[in-house]
Design a protein around this ligand. Structure first.
Ligand code: NAP
Ligand code: ZN
Length: 349
C-alpha cells in the first residue's frame, strides 16, 4: 500500500481538509502517477456537498488529473516511468457489455467506476486527484502530447474538454453548422474553443455581460447576453445545436426556441435542482430534440487530447495551492474564475 496525502470532505457540510489515504500497490496492469496538477470541476463541488444525494464520505474529489508516471506493472506496454499521463473521470468499467465493447465506457451497462465516489451503481469508495499519487489500470490512463510547460493547462481537458468535445463530435459540429454554447465556465470555455476549432459558427450565451470580450477572444463569433430578451429573440430558429453547460436550474424554453427545425439542445450541466419541464410546443412544432451527454469514452478522450494538442488548445486557468480549495469553491459558485481553477499538488506537503 502507498500512503498518500490528500484533501477530503468528511460530510456534506464540512470543508475540505487534510486527509491521508492509501493507494494499492501497482499490479501487473497498473500505472502509478505522481499527480502534478488537478483541475477543479463543478462536479467536485456537487459531490462534496452531497447535492446529487449519492456521495460516499470521506470524499476526495478531482477527475482532471495530470502527472508523471513513477511506476508501471510488468504487463504495462504503453507507458514507461517518466512519461506524462492523464486520468479523467473513470478508472474502470465492466469491460464486456455492449457499451464497453464500443469504447463508450461512460455508458457501461454495469456502471463505470468513477475516479472518485466509486462505482456509479454502488460499491467501495474511490479517491480522486486532490492527492499526491494515484494508481490506475493502464487502459484508463491517457497519453499527453502537449508540451510539458502546458501541463497545468491540459488538466481541465480530462473532464471539461471531453465533456464538450464528445457531444460536439457526436452531433457533428463543423463548417456550416451554427452552434450555441450556454454558460462560460469551465466546460463552456472549452466548448467555445473546441467548437471554433472544429470550424462551426459559435455563439456564446452568457448571463455575465462582463464576459463578452473574453467570449470573442476564446473563439465565439458572436456573444449573446442571455438575460436580455431582445438579444435572445434575435437568435430564434438559428441553431443546429446548443450545448448547455449551466450548473443551475433554469428555463430551457429560452434556448429551445432558438433551435432550427430538427435542432438539438444537449444538456451537460447537472444541477442539484431539476430544470422546470420545457413547454411541449417548443419541441413538437419544429421537431426539436432535447438530449444529454456524459463525459466521453477513453478512446474518444485520447482523440480529444490529440485534437487539442494539434490545435494548440488548452484551458484558461488560475493556479491555486491545495489549501485554497474551499475559497475556490465559493468563487466558482459566483462564476468568479477565468475559467478553471487548477490545484498545484506540490503545495500538498
Ligand atoms: P462552472 O465552471 O461553475 O460553470 C457554469 C457556468 O454556468 C457559469 O460560469 C455561468 O456562466 C453559468 N451559470 C451558473 N449559474 C447560473 C445560473 N443560475 N443561471 C444561468 N447560468 C448560470 O461549472 P462547470 O465545471 O463548467 O460545470 C458545469 C456543469 O456541468 C456542472 O453542473 C457540472 O456538474 C456538470 N458536468 C457535467 C458533466 C457531464 O458529463 N455531463 C461533466 C462535467 C461537469 P455565465 O456566467 O457565462 O452565465
Ligand atoms: Zn468534471
Amino acid at each position: 500500500m502507498i500512503k498518500t496525502k490528500a484533501y477530503a470532505a468528511q460530510t456534506a457540510t464540512s470543508e475540505l481538509a487534510p486527509f491521508e489515504l492509501h493507494r494499492r500497490t501497482p499490479g501487473a496492469e497498473d500505472v502509478q502517477i505522481e499527480i502534478l496538477y488537478c483541475g477543479v470541476c463543478h462536479s467536485d463541488l456537487h459531490t462534496v456537498r452531497g447535492e446529487w444525494h449519492n456521495t460516499l464520505y470521506p470524499s476526495v474529489p478531482g477527475h482532471e488529473i495530470v502527472g508523471r508516471v513513477v511506476c508501471v506493472g510488468a504487463k504495462v506496454r504503453n507507458f514507461k516511468v517518466g512519461d506524462l499521463a492523464g486520468v479523467g473521470c473513470m478508472v474502470d468499467s465492466c469491460g464486456h457489455c455492449h457499451s464497453c465493447d464500443e469504447g463508450v465506457e461512460q455508458y457501461c451497462d454495469n456502471g463505470f467506476t468513477g475516479t472518485y465516489n466509486g462505482p456509479v451503481f454502488g460499491g467501495e469508495n474511490t479517491y480522486g486527484g486532490y492527492s499526491q499519487t494515484i494508481v490506475v489500470k493502464e487502459s484508463f490512463v491517457l497519453h499527453i502530447k502537449h508540451a510539458e510547460k502546458q501541463l497545468a493547462r491540459v488538466a481541465p481537458l480530462l473532464c471539461a474538454g471531453i465533456t464538450t468535445y464528445s457531444p460536439l463530435r457526436h452531433w457533428g459540429a463543423g463548417p456550416g453548422k451554427t452552434v450555441g454554447i450556454v454558460g462560460l465556465g469551465g466546460l463552456g470555455h472549452m466548448g467555445v474553443k473546441i467548437a471554433h476549432a472544429m470550424g462551426a459558427h459559435v455563439v456564446l450565451f452568457t448571463t455575465s455581460s462582463a464576459k463578452i470580450e473574453d467570449g470573442k477572444r476564446l473563439g465565439a463569433d458572436e456573444v449573446c447576453v442571455s438575460t436580455d430578451p431582445e438579444q435572445m429573440s434575435a437568435y430564434a430558429n438559428r441553431f443546429d445545436f446548443i450545448l448547455n453547460t449551466v450548473a443551475a436550474s433554469h428555463n430551457l424554453d429560452a434556448y429551445l426556441q432558438l433551435l432550427k427545425r430538427d435542432g438539438t439542445m444537449i444538456l451537460v450541466g447537472a444541477p442539484a435542482e431539476p430544470h422546470p419541464s420545457p413547454g411541449v410546443f417548443n419541441l413538437i412544432f419544429k421537431r426539436r430534440q432535447l438530449a444529454g451527454s456524459l463525459i466521453g469514452g477513453i478512446r474518444e478522450t485520447q482523440e480529444m487530447l490529440d485534437f487539442c494538442a494539434r490545435h494548440d488548445i488548452v484551458s484558461d486557468i488560475e493556479m491555486i495551492p491545495m489549501d485554497y480549495i474551499n475559497t475556490a469553491y465559493e468563487r466558482m459558485l459566483r462564476s468568479d474564475v477565468k475559467y478553471r481553477f487548477v490545484i498545484d499538488l506540490s503545495s500538498l506537503k
